[in-house]
Design a protein around this ligand. Structure first.
Ligand SMILES: *Cc1c(COP(=O)(O)O)cnc(C)c1O
Length: 529
C-alpha cells in the first residue's frame, strides 16, 4: 500500500474519490465560467501576449502545485483564451459545439480508459463498437457483409480507404501483396481521381501510400462545385490511353468550402465500368443521413466501396470521433496483422474479436461511446431536426447576402456553409487587377479584425483566385439574427479599413512611400489577461 500514490488514481478509497470529485468539479466550474459564459467567441488576445503568460510557468516544475489552484490558473489562461466553439459567432470551420451528453461520455471514456485494440482491454467497448459500426453500415445502405471501425477522423478514414484500394488493386492486377512485398514496380503509374474541390487529405494519403501526390488527378467541377462525370470519363479515357493505371475514384459528399455533393450514382457507374475502387468522403455531409428532409441527397453512397464519416463535425461530438465503413468486410484482410500479445490467431478461432485487425492504430480510444450515448439521448429525430435547422439558417443567411448590394453571395449554400464577399465601393482610376488586390487585402483584414475584437470567428477561403469569407453554420444555436449581426460587422469593418487603405494609397502616391504592409488589426476589445 502506498497511500501517497493511492490518492492520485481513482479507486475504492475515500481519499482518491475525493480527489477525483474535486478535480472534475473544478474543471466543470472553470469550463462554465471561463468558456461557456465568455462574452464572445474569442478573448481577442494576440499570440505574443498569450506566449508571455505561458512563459511565466516552467513546463515541468520540480515540485507540483495544489490541484485547485492549478485548475483555476488553467481556466483563467488556457480555457479563457480558447476558440469558444459553443458561441453562436464561432462559425469558421467544420468545428462543432459538443453535446453535453457527449462530454459526460468523454468522462466515462477517459475514466475507464479502455483500449479498442484487443478484447482483453475493452470487453464491452469492443462489442459495443461493433454494434455501432453495424448500425452505421445499415443507415448508409450497406448490406450485412459490410464492416467498419472508428477512427480519429476524416484524415485517417480517407487514408484507410485509399490504403485498401491500393492493396486490392495490386492484388487483383498482379497478384502482388503490398503488405509483404512493398510497392510493385508499376506503382509510379497508379492514379487516383478526385474533384478539384476534394479535401487535401486525398493528396496527403497518396503521398503517405508511396504513390506520391503525382498519383492524384483532379477532375473539374461544375458551377456548383460538384465533380463533372463527363470530365471524369474523359480523364479516365485519357489516363488509360496514356498507359496509366487509375485504380480509385474519390467522391466527396460535402466539400469543405461549399458542402457540395458529387453525383454519387453517376460516379459509381463510372467506377464500375473502369474497375475502380469508389471511396466516398462524407466527412462533412454524412450527417445528412439523420435528416428526414436531406438524407435523400446521399443516395448512391451505398454504392461506394468505402465511406468516410466524421462525428466531430455534423454529429456534435467532441474531437476526435470518426468512422471508416467498408462495403465488403474481407478487404480489411489486406492490412491484417497478428501480434501474439494482442490478437493471437487462436482468439479468432474462439470467436473473440480483436478490433486491432481493422485499424491502422493500435491503442485506440473508445470514442464510439460518445456517439452511442448521444444517439440514445437525442434520438434520430432531434438529431435530424438540428441539422435541418442549420441548413435553414444557411439559406436565410444567403438571402440576406443576396439582398445586400454591399455583399456578394458566392454560390448558393449546398448544406450549411455560406461563402461571400464584401463589395467595397469602386475607387476611381483603379484597374481591375488593383481593385482585386485591394479587395483580397480587405477580406484578410476583416477576418483578422473580427477575431481581434472578439466578435466573430469566421473563415477565409479563395474562390476563383479571390479571397472570400465563409460561415460554417454547424451550431444549431446560431440563428439568422446572429449571422445578420456579423454581416453588419463585416460591412462596418470593411468600410473602415477600406477608407484607411484608400487614404494611405493616396498618401503613398503623394509621398512615393514604399511601405505596402497591410495594417495589422489591433485589439480594441480584448478582455484582460
Ligand atoms: C474535415 C474533412 C476531412 C478531414 O477530416 P479530419 O476529421 O479533420 O481528419 C476530410 N474530408 C472532408 C471533406 C472534410 O470536411
Amino acid at each position: 500500500m502506498s497511500p501517497v500514490y493511492d490518492r492520485l488514481f481513482l479507486n475504492g478509497s475515500a481519499d482518491s474519490q475525493e480527489e477525483y470529485r474535486q478535480a472534475m468539479t473544478r474543471a466543470m466550474d472553470v469550463l462554465i465560467r471561463d468558456f461557456a459564459s465568455a462574452p464572445g467567441p474569442y478573448s481577442g488576445a494576440d499570440p505574443q501576449s498569450l506566449l508571455r503568460v505561458y512563459r511565466e510557468f516552467p513546463v515541468c516544475p520540480e515540485d507540483g502545485a495544489p490541484l485547485d489552484a492549478l485548475i483555476e490558473r488553467i481556466g483563467s489562461t488556457v480555457v479563457r483564451h480558447s476558440a469558444v466553439v459553443t458561441d453562436p459567432a464561432c462559425i469558421a470551420h467544420l468545428h462543432c459545439p459538443p453535446l453535453s451528453v457527449s462530454l459526460a461520455a468523454e468522462a466515462l471514456v477517459s475514466g475507464t480508459n479502455q483500449s479498442m485494440d484487443s478484447w482483453d482491454q475493452s470487453m464491452s467497448g469492443t462489442l459495443l463498437e461493433e454494434r455501432i459500426t453495424a448500425w452505421l453500415c445499415g443507415i448508409f445502405g450497406y448490406d450485412p457483409g459490410s464492416d467498419g471501425v472508428f477512427t480519429s477522423g476524416g484524415t485517417q478514414s480517407n487514408f484507410m480507404g485509399l490504403l485498401l484500394a491500393r492493396n486490392h488493386f495490386a492484388k487483383r492486377q498482379w497478384g502482388w501483396d503490398i503488405q509483404r512485398q512493398g510497392l510493385p514496380p508499376e506503382a509510379s503509374r497508379m492514379r487516383i481521381l478526385c474533384s478539384e474541390a476534394a479535401h487535401f487529405t486525398v493528396k496527403q494519403s497518396a503521398a503517405l501510400l508511396g504513390l506520391g501526390e503525382q498519383a492524384v488527378v483532379t477532375v473539374p467541377v461544375d458551377s456548383r462545385h460538384r465533380m463533372c462525370p463527363e470530365a471524369a470519363r474523359d480523364t479516365l479515357a485519357a489516363l488509360t490511353a496514356g498507359g496509366l493505371l487509375p485504380f480509385a475514384l474519390v467522391a466527396t459528399a460535402g466539400t469543405t468550402d461549399f458542402g457540395s455533393i458529387d453525383p454519387l450514382r453517376e460516379l459509381a457507374a463510372l467506377a464500375r465500368t473502369y474497375g475502380l475502387w469508389l471511396h466516398a468522403d462524407a466527412a462533412y455531409g454524412g450527417g445528412l443521413v439523420l435528416s428526414d428532409t436531406h438524407a435523400v441527397r446521399l443516395r448512391g453512397l451505398e454504392l461506394a466501396d468505402s465511406i468516410t464519416v466524421d462525428f466531430h463535425k455534423m454529429f456534435y461530438q467532441p474531437i476526435s470521433c470518426g468512422a471508416f465503413l467498408l462495403k465488403e468486410r474481407r478487404y480489411f484482410d489486406s492490412i491484417r496483422l497478428n501480434a501474439d500479445y494482442l490478437n493471437p490467431e487462436e482468439d479468432e478461432d474462439h470467436g473473440i474479436p480483436n478490433l486491432v485487425t481493422k485499424s491502422v492504430q493500435t491503442t485506440r480510444r473508445f470514442d464510439s461511446l460518445k456517439l452511442y450515448m448521444s444517439l440514445q439521448y437525442l434520438g434520430r429525430r432531434t438529431f435530424g431536426e438540428m441539422i435541418d435547422s442549420t441548413v435553414e439558417t444557411a439559406r436565410a443567411t444567403a438571402r440576406l447576402i443576396r439582398q445586400d448590394p454591399q455583399l456578394e453571395l458566392i454560390g448558393e449554400p449546398e448544406m450549411n456553409a455560406v461563402v461571400f464577399r464584401y463589395v467595397p465601393p469602386a475607387s476611381p482610376g483603379e484597374t481591375e487587377e488593383e481593385a482585386g488586390l485591394r479587395s483580397d487585402r480587405l477580406h484578410t483584414e476583416i477576418r483578422t479584425q473580427l477575431l481581434a475584437e472578439g466578435r466573430a470567428v469566421v473563415a477565409r477561403t479563395r474562390v476563383g483566385g479571390r479571397v472570400c469569407l465563409k460561415f460554417t453554420l454547424l451550431n444549431p444555436r446560431t440563428t439568422p439574427v446572429h449571422t445578420a449581426g456579423i454581416l453588419e460587422e463585416v460591412k462596418r469593418i470593411g468600410i473602415m479599413l477600406d477608407r484607411a487603405d484608400t487614404g494611405s494609397r493616396a498618401a503613398r502616391k503623394n509621398t512615393d512611400s514604399v511601405n505596402m504592409e497591410p495594417s495589422n488589426g489591433t485589439s480594441t476589445k480584448a478582455r484582460a489577461m
